[in-house]
Design a protein around this ligand. Sequence first.
Ligand SMILES: C[S@@+](CC[C@H](N)C(=O)[O-])C[C@H]1O[C@@H](n2cnc3c(N)ncnc32)[C@H](O)[C@@H]1O
Length: 304
Amino acid sequence: MTRILLYGAPAHGLVEIPPGAVQVSPLSPGSEDLAAQPDASADRILVLAPGGTIERDHVLAQALRVLKPGAPLLAFAPKDKGGGRLKKALERFGCAVVEDARRHHRFCNVVRPDQPREIDQAIAAGAPRVVPALGVWSQPGVFSWDRLDPGSAQLLGLLPPLAGRGADLGCGVGLLAARVLASPAVTALACVDVDRRAVECARHNLDDPRVTVLWADVRRIVGEAGLSDLDFVVMNPPFHDGGTEDRNLGVAFVQAAAAMLRKGGVCWLVANRHLPYEAALAEAFSAVTVRSDAGGYKVIEARR
Ligand SMILES: C[S@@+](CC[C@H](N)C(=O)[O-])C[C@H]1O[C@@H](n2cnc3c(N)ncnc32)[C@H](O)[C@@H]1O
């Protein structure tokens, strides 16, 4: 049987997706893991390449590892998000690249060389590891993978000890969750993220019987068992979807948090100052207090 893999979610009509292609992007809950595919097992791979250099090279090297010798790889990316550097990245691995451009994207067609070069190094460079500065498991490609995000740092500086059952929406590798769990009055914490890599790191980092880690899109799990009548929610909501700024995503997180909380429950969140969440917060919560507004971030306590 022909095995075709697809990494990422290209815009409609950008490339022809072969029928039966198996999704292997970590940002697609339920997908297979590219890193877990056997060597030389795929007949064809299409990769919407991520913008970060270490992450991109890791994904391309994994794709070359997984392809059968001589099998085709199509790698593509928006010109202004790394597309212009794809050809060079593939040439580093010993590929002869045929490149073309359309719809603001670069497309690189290669076949898997018999002996790709330097793929082991690129795979190792992008693999999960303990980041000494954070003291936690993380992986290039995960949000703010090797440093504490300044917004999250501000939220951590103000977060009081919480109690009861709660959720960390968009938990990343679990830095907010770890702080929440320092309170012995917390009885259960659901940590949710759409990125499998983050979820796997969070599972390592939050080894605590009170924790449930879910690989899911927050917008699709409102009303699920264990995620209602919560006492608290903490979050640093995302405002990028597939690399493009999407303010509606943050608004959806605000609405999801409100839907998960009991009456009187509290949501602590941090947001970039320019993001207009006020209307959504005012609509979904009975009391909204800005606890700090500094350095481009607002920390907000919202009571349902
Ligand atoms: C701003 S980061 C915060 C990460 C972590 N809480 C921290 O403070 O370091 C937002 C997180 O939301 C995740 N995310 C983005 N879209 C999501 C969605 N639709 N559902 C669940 N998580 C999502 C991202 O993968 C990312 O880890």
